[in-house]
Design a protein around this ligand. Structure first.
Ligand SMILES: [Zn+2]
Length: 451
């Protein structure tokens, strides 16, 4: 029997399992004894392990951080890493996000794509390999985490308990694979030297700020020049008076911090407009001479790039507390560099009399050449099933599980050009894509089994 036929035979079972997992609200909740990420993720993990047991796999629960299902024997472990936790549903759904529905050949529900659909597709892939009676001299392990969206502490716990894998993939990105993920450096701008009465903007350091509120003294700058600057840049704003102060709200456009050039940063425009309007302030000077409107770190001296892309920089959040202004920096550097090189490039630009930038976190990039065994085997599995020989593995600025474990890249679950509304209302996935995922994962595992 062909693999396609095996997959077809599991169509209904796949949909039933997925509906079951979607019914759990596995958003991170309050940590409890024996439920490090709350009850939702724990219950969902228990259900997933129960399904795996019914399918005839060995199952292990690692303290409700994550669990795994396994087939085969041997020294080496082929790992498939998916996650069962989800992001909050938000508004705007056309149907109950926890009740999977089928419309026009697509399933709808929170997690059907990210990442419960991929987890269930992987379960079926393991089952097909088992059904085919292939002799397994390696262990194939489906690892299911409960904390991917909010810190990946599940994967850290896995590695602590079980070590790294010998080869594998995380179906939590895109086909035909993500062979490079940029490195990340987190920074914090601090400045005490300011006349700004109050400032507040942004929701997360990894999102381009789409709204900034600032309170400044009324006659401390040219209001006309300020407005001209924003009007010339097509930026929306509102100015209100309150006693001797102006309260200014500036609107930007949100985007992910890995692609800050796709957004419009409300903080940057607010501060650059003030500078242009003659607002005389040390912090504003510091900001405009170190960050400004740039999203590639040019003024810091870190506008570097390689064949796979350039460094990106985003100031996501700004606020004032106890007379000090704080602003977060999210910098993502090229996949072929190391953080030390980038920090060296900016080390002379991090501080002056007006402010300081503290570096407070760094994550090294991930990079596997396209002709490495891992990437080329996964790519050929994708090509065999889809006949698409044009799309090549990509690099990206985001971070997946692959950064937290050795010998792993993101592979699937989204196909090029598909918009599955991940992290958004009406998350969906076409049933055909789910079936194709199963076929690709099955063949990918078979290729990883070869020595
Ligand atoms: Zn995900």
């Amino acid at each position: 029997m062909e693999i396609k036929q095996y997959v077809e035979n599991y169509r209904q079972q796949l949909l039933d399992y997925l509906a079951k997992l979607v019914s759990f609200n596995s958003v991170e909740g309050k940590s409890e004894i024996d439920a490090p990420f709350g009850k939702g993720p724990k219950d969902c993990l228990h259900e997933a392990l129960k399904i795996c047991k019914e399918l005839g796999f060995e199952t292990t629960n690692l303290d409700n951080y994550c669990g795994y299902a396994q087939i085969g024997e041997g020294e080496q472990v082929i790992g498939i890493l998916g996650h069962l936790d989800i992001v909050p549903c938000g508004e705007g759904w056309d149907s109950d996000p926890f009740e999977m529905v089928i419309r026009d050949g697509k399933v709808y529900g929170r997690g059907v794509s990210d990442d419960k659909g991929a987890v269930v597709a992987s379960m079926i892939a393991l089952k097909i390999i088992k059904d085919m009676g292939i002799k397994l001299d390696k262990r194939i392990r489906l690892i299911m985490g409960c904390n991917e969206e909010t810190g990946s502490k599940c994967l850290a716990h896995y590695v602590e308990c079980e070590g790294h894998i010998d080869m594998g993939f995380t179906p939590d990105g895109e086909f035909p694979g993500v062979h490079g993920e940029k490195g990340m450096i987190g920074g914090l701008i601090k400045s005490k030297n300011t006349k700004i009465i109050d400032i507040k903007g942004g929701i997360a350091s990894n999102v381009v700020c789409n709204h900034c509120m600032i309170k400044v003294e009324k006659n401390s700058f040219s209001k006309r020049a300020f407005e001209d600057y924003l009007n010339n840049n097509d930026i929306e704003y509102a100015i209100d008076e309150e006693d001797d102060a102006l309260i200014i709200n500036v609107k930007g456009v949100a985007a992910h911090a890995s692609t800050p050039q796709m957004g419009v940063n409300a903080i940057s425009y607010t501060l650059c407009a003030l500078k242009a309007a003659g607002f005389n302030d040390s912090f504003v000077d510091f900001y405009c001479s170190h960050i400004g409107l740039e999203t590639n770190g040019k003024m810091l001296g870190i506008d570097v790039s390689d064949d796979y892309g350039e460094l990106t920089l985003n100031n996501g959040i700004i606020y004032k507390e106890d007379d000090t202004i704080y602003a977060t920096l999210d910098m993502r550097f090229p996949v072929t560099m190391i953080s030390k090189q980038v920090i060296n490039l900016m080390k002379d630009n991090l501080e002056d009399e007006n402010g300081i930038i503290e570096i407070n976190s760094r994550v090294e990039p991930l990079f596997y050449p396209i002709d490495s065994p891992l990437v080329s085997k996964l790519l050929s599995a994708y090509q065999e099933v889809t006949n698409d020989y044009d799309t090549m593995p990509m690099t990206m600025g985001g971070g997946t599980y692959a950064k937290g474990i050795h010998n792993c890249i993101a592979f699937g679950c989204a196909f090029l050009g598909e918009d599955n509304h991940i992290h958004d209302a009406n998350e969906c996935c076409s049933i055909d894509s789910l079936m194709k995922q199963v076929e690709i994962y099955t063949i990918a595992i078979m290729k990883l089994l070869e020595n």
